[in-house]
Design a protein around this ligand. Structure first.
Ligand SMILES: O=C([O-])C(=O)C[C@H](O)[C@@H](O)C(=O)[O-]
Length: 314
């Protein structure tokens, strides 16, 4: 798989819909994934952070991945989240492969901290028998150094690194170390911006050679996610700035308001957009109605910016 060709932003990270009586809402998940692809997602990352990976049982995980694969039907690659401790992560990768996923996003291990060398050891252990290409998610306790990031290139299963730390200076070091290493995979290894509301840092990451990014916005307002991505791509700074001011910065402030809102607000936004994705599972808390109302106003402001831009163009 040529990841450079397929990982064009914004990448879709679907939500996992639940019913009010706490079952996986597979019909809604199928509809959601279909809408994501129809809206132009270039890759679908199922059961990752936005998809409440940590809240899923093994069986639910398998059902969600299999359904995403069936729904996408080869139109774009499907990556499945995998995580937990090293042994559990291996099992999730095996499940993802059995369910037909094209690749895996390796989430950080839980309840443990380690050095970059320890994190590299974890990755090495987890991917040892992986039949699927793996993108490593550097975030929270999973921090790499330039040297350990470079060592990932010796693991043929590892095809990319997604950054959720936001230390742009360190990321610049990592990208430069890999790209100038002379390693045979130096040019083909992928880097992704995986910060929360990655659109905020998309320009800065692009400047250090990390052009692709995940988009939680794509899960509830793909029109805004694509409008922003197009503006960024054609260097329309005025529109990028206007969307940042009206929509993305207020959205990021709202997502920061309560721990867990990074997911529960996105889910609430999808519900307000008409998709019955149901509640979040604990330990996430439901977004307060007044915060969701504010989010709805912010989404409308973003759409007004896009509409005004389209009107001046035509
Ligand atoms: O694991 C995940 O769901 C992600 O990292 C993707 C999200 O879109 C993330 O970028 C965010 O929450 O904005």
């Amino acid at each position: 798989m040529d990841l450079h060709a397929v990982l064009t932003p914004p990448l879709s990270f679907p939500l996992t819909p639940f019913t009010e009586d706490d079952r996986l809402a597979l019909d809604v998940l199928g509809l959601h994934v279909e809408q994501q692809v129809a809206a132009g997602a270039t890759a679908v990352f199922i059961a990752c952070g936005t998809g409440e990976f940590t809240a899923l049982s093994r069986e639910e995980y398998r059902e969600a991945v299999a359904l995403a694969v069936k729904t996408v039907a080869g139109r774009v690659p499907v990556f499945a989240g995998a995580g937990g401790g090293p042994a559990a992560a291996r099992e999730f990768i095996a499940d993802a492969a059995e369910c037909g996923a094209d690749g895996v996003l390796l989430l950080p291990p839980y309840l443990v901290s380690s050095s970059p060398e320890g994190v590299l050891g974890h990755i090495r252990y987890v991917v040892a028998d992986s039949p699927l290409p793996v993108i490593v998610y550097q975030r929270a306790n999973a921090r790499l150094s330039p040297a350990t990031a470079l060592a990932l290139l010796d693991l043929p299963q590892v095809v990319g690194l997604k950054d959720g730390l936001g230390d742009i200076e360190q990321m610049q070091r990592i990208v430069a170390t890999v790209r100038t290493s002379g390693h045979e995979r130096a040019g083909s290894f992928s880097f992704l911006n995986g910060l929360p509301t990655a659109e905020l840092s998309a320009r800065a990451y692009r400047a250090i050679g990390v052009g692709s990014y995940s988009s939680a916005v794509h899960a509830f307002a793909p029109d805004l996610a694509h409008g922003f991505a197009r503006a960024l791509d054609r260097g329309d700074d005025a529109l990028v700035d206007a969307l940042l001011a009206a929509f993305l910065l207020p959205l990021a402030d709202l997502r920061d308001r309560v721990p867990g809102y990074a997911v529960s607000l996105v889910k609430a936004a999808a519900r307000r957009e008409g998709l019955p994705v149901g509640p979040v599972r604990p330990p996430l808390v439901e977004a307060r109605e007044e915060d969701v109302d504010e989010l709805v106003r912010v989404i409308a402001a973003g759409r007004a910016v896009l509409a005004a831009h389209t009107a001046t163009e035509s």
